[in-house]
Design a protein around this ligand. Structure first.
Ligand code: CU
Length: 489
């Protein structure tokens, strides 16, 4: 079903302000107008094709129909589905996409003298007519079935909400995000923390139109990866099912433990900016050769131990207020709403100490300070998980209270993959620290959606600072800066 013209669904318990109602009304009118224009376009195209003497495209092969039956898709599948038609021409050793996708292959028609149509532009080379069709015409299912459903080891139930939330600078914006019965309606979405090798379920129940949950970096099978382009969008409810890959000590090719995030993959640039994301941390199962001390956990199967009490996540996020006035499907119907222009006016550090995140409605989880266990002390080091959840590159600087650089950040993993020494082929791959060269730094640069797992090693007790900069993609100009104190004890 195409989303065009579909009424927006809202949570029944969300009260609409007159402003919101007006906005929705305007958005609906715009969508209806865009749908009318598109229908007119299709009609004109069919008319033009008829005039050129081409057979009229059947309704099922319109790009606006279900993507699985697009114009190039149906002829491709036909010969294989109907074996009686195949003997018309001897099978070639390597049938190319081009050959099988052309309607002229059908035996009822005369073979054409030229292998290519006279007018190249007339040949349907893509399932979707345009990028707009590709973006907007995703399969929207109400209640897709979870295939091979198993009993989960852990599960979460997520709903979608929209409401105005107040940030730590006093500014208020309409945000959309996910909430669980335990989390309340806050931002970012609740932390999801499955175990390596164990079945995990996330049941999502969207509102305000279809949404999905994409498990960024975890790579489940297509049905459970939450990308509409390779599966479906969820109108009603769906249970995502996957199991993170178990790690093997010393093996760089196995193991999912690390920091990830989930986000909606419908009109993605807008929905992610609206707040439809949350952190995912995959924990390793304790391996007999790598036990853990009380109060500590390992970052990955044979990774370093860290202190559970001070484990923190830091999520740089920037916000363009203009985007927060848009509606669910803004930009999907060919209209230019300016989603190519991201001009953030607010720069936030979300997150904090994981065990201290409070539940409840209307909570914006802001990071204002960090604690770190001093190097060489009795406690295990503090693990800082970093997730760039905005569209700008970030630079981070670890310094003394006076701004002098301090090499106290040890990089142990990136995007859920541990840093290992793989220099000896066939031999076990120890971590960089075990191999004798811990990756210590005072500065870190990273881009959108990147994650780093960092052990903090402040050399002595006292105050340090972490400075986070947001930069322009092209010029590198610093657009925003935030500083938080790090107290080492
Ligand atoms: Cu969404």
């Amino acid at each position: 079903m195409s989303k065009v013209g579909m009424p927006l669904r809202r949570d029944p318990d969300d009260r609409k302000s007159p402003k919101q109602a007006k906005r929705e009304d305007e958005a609906r009118k715009k969508e209806e107008e865009a749908a009318r224009k598109r229908a007119e376009e299709v009609r004109k195209r069919q008319e033009a094709e008829r005039k050129r003497g081409k057979p009229t495209t059947s309704p099922t092969s319109q790009p606006t129909a279900t993507p699985t039956a697009g114009p190039t898709a149906s002829p491709t599948h036909e010969p294989t589905n109907k074996p009686t038609e195949a003997p018309a021409s001897p099978p070639t050793a390597e049938p190319t996409q081009e050959a099988t996708s052309r309607p002229t292959q059908q035996p009822s028609q005369q073979p054409t003298p030229s292998p290519r149509p006279t007018n190249e532009d007339d040949r349907p080379r893509h399932r979707f007519r345009s990028q707009v069709d590709f973006s907007s015409d995703q399969l929207d299912l109400d209640r897709p079935v979870t295939e091979f459903l198993q009993t989960p080891h852990s599960s979460v139930y997520l709903e979608v909400f929209n409401r105005d939330l107040r940030f730590d600078d006093g500014a208020e914006f309409e945000m959309w995000s996910f909430d669980s019965p335990q989390s309340g309606r806050g931002f970012p979405g609740p932390l999801i923390r499955p175990l390596e090798g164990k079945i995990f379920h996330a049941t999502v129940h969207p509102s305000m139109g279809p949404h999905t949950i994409h498990w960024h970096g975890l790579e489940p099978d297509p049905r459970n990866d939450g990308v509409g382009h390779t599966s479906f969008e969820i109108g009603g409810t769906y249970t995502y099912q996957w199991a993170p890959e178990p790690g093997r000590p010393g093996d760089p090719n196995y193991g999912a433990a690390g920091t990830y995030f989930y986000h909606c993959h419908v009109n993605t640039t807008l929905h992610a900016q609206m707040g439809m994301f949350g952190p995912v941390i995959v924990d390793p199962v304790v391996h007999p050769d790598y036990p853990v001390t009380p109060g500590a956990r390992r970052a990955f199967v044979d990774g370093p131990e860290y202190d559970i009490d001070t484990e923190s996540i830091l999520i740089p996020y920037s916000l363009d207020p203009r985007w927060h006035e848009m509606q669910h499907a803004a930009g999907l119907s060919g209209e230019d709403v300016g989603l190519n222009r991201f001009e953030p006016k607010h720069f936030y550090l979300m997150g904090g100490e994981l065990v201290r995140r409070r539940s409840g409605d209307n909570r914006v989880w802001s990071l204002s300070a960090l604690r770190a266990n001093v190097a060489g002390g009795t406690k295990k080091p503090t693990l800082l998980r970093i997730l760039n959840a905005n569209y700008l590159p970030n630079h981070m600087h670890f310094t003394t209270a006076d701004g002098e650089p301090v090499r106290m950040a040890e990089l142990i993993a990136h995007d859920g993959r541990p840093f290992r020494d793989t220099s000896v082929p066939g031999a076990p791959s120890p971590t960089c620290r075990e191999a004798g060269y811990p990756l210590l730094t005072d500065v870190l640069a990273f881009g959108a959606a990147e994650r780093f797992d960092v052990l903090l090693h402040p050399p002595e007790r006292g105050e340090y600072r972490l400075r986070v900069q947001w930069e322009d993609w092209i010029t590198g100009e610093i657009l925003g800066v935030r500083e938080v104190p790090i107290t080492a004890a």
